[in-house]
Write a protein that binds this ligand. Structure first.
Ligand SMILES: O=c1ccn([C@@H]2O[C@H](COP(=O)(O)O)[C@@H](O)[C@H]2O)c(=O)[nH]1
Length: 232
């Protein structure tokens, strides 16, 4: 299989030292890096700048969700760090999404702005408990449509929804899919999952993979094995 899907390694580590132990072994031509809430809270913006300085494309996964003014300013602060992609929660609503988009208008090369639809850890039942009566796929579609109307570049969804979203939002709408699990690996708290090979076959642009790499005995080798499985 040959693929244009890019892997972003989720650097879900407790501190910069542990994260750099893996980053030192990675090639920015072969993968991007995702910094989420744990590492950003521990290591801060300086760590993100360090990854950018090492030529990695960085996905700042802080999932901003607040009033429009606050989210717009947070997105702008992310752009100042030089990240490649930043995200917000689509459930923040149209005005919040539009404010986030507008905050990037003056950047010659802004980060991709992506909206989280339904977390890949959630099932239909989890959604129903929060008062949402439709199933996960319907909610993903509704929020992706809203994100597209607001001018965002794409969404975070599960690979299981990729086909539906490609038809509804077009091939240029960027799909970012966590919940990627190589055959036989532990699902953990993820629920709407797919293997890297199946996800790449769908033509998904960004595959986010964390624990199957970071918790492996040899993380760099685990990443390489996934790359090989995608290019075989
Ligand atoms: O819907 C979502 C949105 C974000 N994530 C993040 O992706 C990684 C997945 O890590 P794994 O270890 O491969 O499960 C993690 O950082 C999440 O915060 C997500 O899983 N689902």
């Amino acid at each position: 299989m040959s693929t244009s899907s890019r892997i972003f390694v989720a650097l879900d580590y407790a501190d910069a030292k542990q994260a750099l132990a893996l980053v030192d072994q990675l090639n920015p031509q072969l993968c991007g890096l995702k910094v989420g809430k744990e590492l950003f809270t521990a290591a801060g913006p300086e760590f993100v700048k360090e990854l950018v300085a090492r030529d990695f494309d960085v996905f700042l996964d802080l999932k901003f969700h607040d009033i429009p003014n606050t989210v717009a300013k947070a997105v702008k602060a992310a752009a100042e760090l030089g990240v490649w992609m930043v995200n917000v929660h689509a459930v923040g609503g149209r005005r919040m999404l539009e404010a986030a988009k507008a905050a990037l208008a003056d950047y010659p090369k802004p980060p991709l702005l992506i909206a989280v639809t339904v977390l890949t850890s959630m099932t239909d039942d989890d959604l129903h408990e929060t008062g949402i009566e439709v199933n996960a796929a319907e909610q993903v579609l509704r929020l992706a449509d809203l994100a597209k109307q607001a001018g965002l570049d794409g969404v975070v969804c599960s690979a299981q929804e990729a086909n539906m979203l490609q038809q509804a939002c077009g091939q240029d709408f960027v799909l970012v899919t966590p919940g990627i699990r190589p055959q036989g690996s532990d699902q953990g708290d993820q629920r709407r999952v797919m293997t890297p090979e199946q996800a790449a076959q769908q033509g998904i642009q960004v595959l986010v993979i964390g624990r199957p790499i970071t918790q492996a005995e040899q993380p760099a080798a685990a990443l390489k094995a996934i790359h090989v499985s995608l290019t075989a």
